[in-house]
Design a protein around this ligand. Structure first.
Ligand code: NAI
Ligand code: MG
Length: 352
């Protein structure tokens, strides 16, 4: 039996509903595939912040570092400024653990209707650069409250940062349909974006089977609505990738479906798996949350930990529950979070 130590951070809002749902599924899968998943819970997030004035323990990163993976729900609450909750937990984890790839699959699921008249199945991957770019700490505010008040924030692209994201995306495209689309805005953002374009193009030349298309992000957003099935792999900066992946998941039906992996591909540090959505305070505590994004993130975690069969089993199970007509309200269904999870557990047993 292989043992994996997994740090679980349910976080805030619906994180406390979708994480237990996904853990139930992971535990059943572990039993059936003889995996030893050892879950350790960390009660960090906005409630912890209210009591301790910080989002996680002072030595939080050291506590997490001894795990093989991190499984996170969502953080954020109307009582805590979002910049505080994000920069106090998720961003330090992504950066300190060099999780420089944020991988976000977007896929049509049988039983889930798209809000658009999508003509063909969608199956694309968004590779978001996760450590630098527009999400930088460089900048400041001056003359607060005065008419002269101003704010400035500087985007940072490094050759290493762009190069490793481009390599990762090109390798993925190479293993799939060979189409790589790079999101740019080099017409308006005249220093960093041409640099991004150059480094991406140089990198992709090392992959003769991969065709690179550089597309302005505004046109790409329109393209993602009009013909999403034509994309294979999209590589994008931190900000562009964030926006495009919310758009992509909505095109397939709901943000509640979308999973993500924050990867340290070298395995020097634990990688983190979390749904794309946030803590959804508008529906928290009502049993309405769709657990698919969290369960799917669990499947990505199994794959990363070296168990592709267990991952495929879990994936097939939630896809089968959706196909059989189970689904939460956001995908047009009537199941509660726990009713949907029960349907996934049944499918896990049926498919065993
Ligand atoms: P959100 O993703 O929490 O919610 C957006 C909309 O989608 C809401 O109407 C919500 O009800 C719905 N929704 C989201 N997940 C759903 C699910 N699983 N099932 C059904 N419906 C779902 O984004 P929002 O409202 O912008 O942010 C809320 C809080 O979450 C903020 O504090 C924000 O900072 C935080 N946040 C945290 C993230 C993280 O932990 N990675 C990511 C995004 C936002
Ligand atoms: Mg987002």
């Amino acid at each position: 039996m292989s043992t994996h130590k997994i740090a679980v951070i349910p976080g805030d809002g619906i994180g406390n509903e979708v994480v237990p749902a996904a853990i139930d599924c992971l535990e059943r899968i572990a039993e059936l595939h003889s995996l030893d998943l050892e879950f350790t819970y960390f009660g960090w997030g906005c409630e912890y912040y209210a009591r301790h004035g910080r989002m996680m323990a002072e030595d939080g990163l050291e506590q997490l570092a001894v795990h093989d993976a991190i499984f996170l729900g969502a953080v954020g609450s109307p009582e805590v400024p979002d910049a505080e909750s994000l920069w106090g937990l998720l961003i330090p984890i992504r950066r300190e653990f060099q999780q420089y790839i944020n991988l976000r699959p977007v896929k049509t699921l049988d039983g889930v209707a798209s809000p658009l008249a999508v003509k063909n199945p969608i199956d694309l991957l968004i590779v978001r650069e996760n450590n630098e770019g527009e999400y930088s700490e460089i900048g400041g505010r001056m003359y607060r409250g005065l008419p002269e008040e101003s704010a400035m924030q500087t985007t940072v692209f490094t050759r290493l940062g762009v190069l490793r994201a481009a390599h990762y995306a090109a390798r993925l495209a190479d293993s799939r349909r060979g189409q790589l689309t790079s999101a740019t805005k080099s017409n308006g953002i005249v220093h960093t974006m041409p640099f991004w374009d150059e480094v991406v193009a140089e990198t992709v030349r090392e992959y003769p089977e991969v065709t690179l298309t550089s597309e302005l992000v505004d046109a790409l957003a329109a393209h993602l609505v009009l013909k999403p099935w034509t994309f294979d792999v999209i590589v994008a900066s931190n900000l562009f990738g964030d926006i495009l992946s919310d758009l992509g998941s909505s095109v397939t039906g709901s943000i509640g479906l979308a999973p993500s992996a924050n990867l340290n591909p070298e395995g020097d540090f634990p990688s983190l798996f979390e749904p794309v959505h946030g803590s959804a305070p508008d529906i928290a505590g009502k049993g309405l949350a769709n657990p698919v994004g969290q369960i799917w993130s669990g499947a990505m975690m199994l794959e990363h930990l070296g168990h592709p069969e267990a991952a495929a089993h879990l994936q097939a199970a939630f896809e089968s529950a959706l196909r059989d007509g189970f689904g939460t309200r956001d995908v047009g269904g009537t199941s509660s979070t726990s009713e949907f999870t029960a349907a996934v557990l049944t499918a896990i047993n049926t498919l065993a």
